[in-house]
Design a protein around this ligand. Structure first.
Ligand SMILES: C[S@@+](CC[C@H](N)C(=O)[O-])C[C@H]1O[C@@H](n2cnc3c(N)ncnc32)[C@H](O)[C@@H]1O
Length: 280
């Protein structure tokens, strides 16, 4: 069988299981199977594929048809300007989260040296993207999950920013080290009872610890704001990703902890997604 035919067969299987973008997913999974990029697949679609590769390809198609996200099957995801190593233990980086990176880079144009804290670093996508762009900045990442820290360490090595990064396994509640010029966080913010209504790819495959914001969705956000108020320097910027319906409540929490609200921003789907504030 040639590559083109196998992709079409795979795509048909995915379509029959109501997977969105079946052809694209089949192409990416074929590229993963034969260890080439998608362009190679498109340019060499009449090449024959050997039995072993075909069997591996169908195994990936089966996984995908059960809802397993492509990023977990290929173990990688593009974010900002880099590719991040991904496993099932971490949240898959989202394009909406690039808003946090954009804000930091815009606000720090004139800065020579910044000490940044990322609360809930996950794959490292936010902090490591910033450190890669700004060679004089230093970063500290914390996460409750040791598995996340292992992955962010691998990503830091891939992006060559290890020498400017410190990682700590800690609950945000228990972390008391240092003072920071800038704090960033994309905390879990989904209401517990809404988790089961998320898309199947998310609800069944992505880690609960990265999603579960407690009964009102604000449990972890509250902890992050309280802790940031103590760890941030005066006039330091705090950039927080939030859920689409949390803007007003989070603004009130920030004000109570002594933050001035600079701006709020919407994501690609026009939902409130990011708040920039300053400690006064
Ligand atoms: C929504 S994910 C964000 C991951 C990554 N920063 C990103 O933007 O893709 C939230 C992260 O916070 C971590 N986390 C959840 N609760 C935490 C807590 N109480 N203390 C520290 N980290 C926590 C999770 O393990 C997860 O990696």
């Amino acid at each position: 069988m040639n590559i083109d035919l196998a992709i079409n067969e795979g795509s048909k299987i995915l379509k029959s299981k109501f997977i969105p973008n079946p052809l694209l997913d089949a192409e990416i999974l074929m590229a993963k199977t034969i260890n080439k990029d998608r362009n190679y697949i498109l340019l060499n679609s009449s090449d024959n594929i050997n039995k072993n590769d075909l069997s591996n390809f169908y195994k990936l198609i089966e996984q995908r048809s059960l809802g397993n996200p492509v990023a977990y099957l290929t173990k990688k995801k593009s974010f900002w300007k880099s590719e991040f190593f991904i496993t099932k233990d971490i949240l898959i980086p989202r394009p909406d989260t690039e808003l946090v990176v954009e804000n930091v880079l815009r606000l720090s144009k004139q800065k020579n040296k910044l000490n940044i804290l990322d609360i809930g670093i996950g794959s490292g996508c936010i902090l490591l993207s910033i450190l890669k762009d700004r060679k004089t900045f230093y970063g500290t990442g914390i996460d409750k999950s040791g598995k996340c820290l292992k992955i962010s360490k691998i990503n830091a090595a891939n992006l060559k920013v290890c020498s400017r990064l410190k990682l700590y396994k800690s609950d945000v509640d228990k972390f008391n080290l240092g003072k920071y010029d800038l704090i960033i966080s994309n905390p879990p913010y989904i209401k517990k009872h809404k988790l089961k209504y998320l898309e199947r790819d998310v609800a069944e495959f992505e880690p609960r610890l990265a999603l579960d914001g407690g009964l009102d969705g604000l449990t972890e956000i509250k902890k992050v704001i309280k802790k940031s108020a103590r760890l941030i320097k005066k006039n330091g910027k705090f950039i927080l990703e939030i859920g689409f319906d949390q803007k007003n409540r989070v603004i009130n929490l920030l004000k109570k902890e002594g933050f001035y609200i600079n701006s709020t921003q919407k994501d690609l789907a026009n939902n409130d997604r990011c708040i920039v504030s300053t400690k006064i």
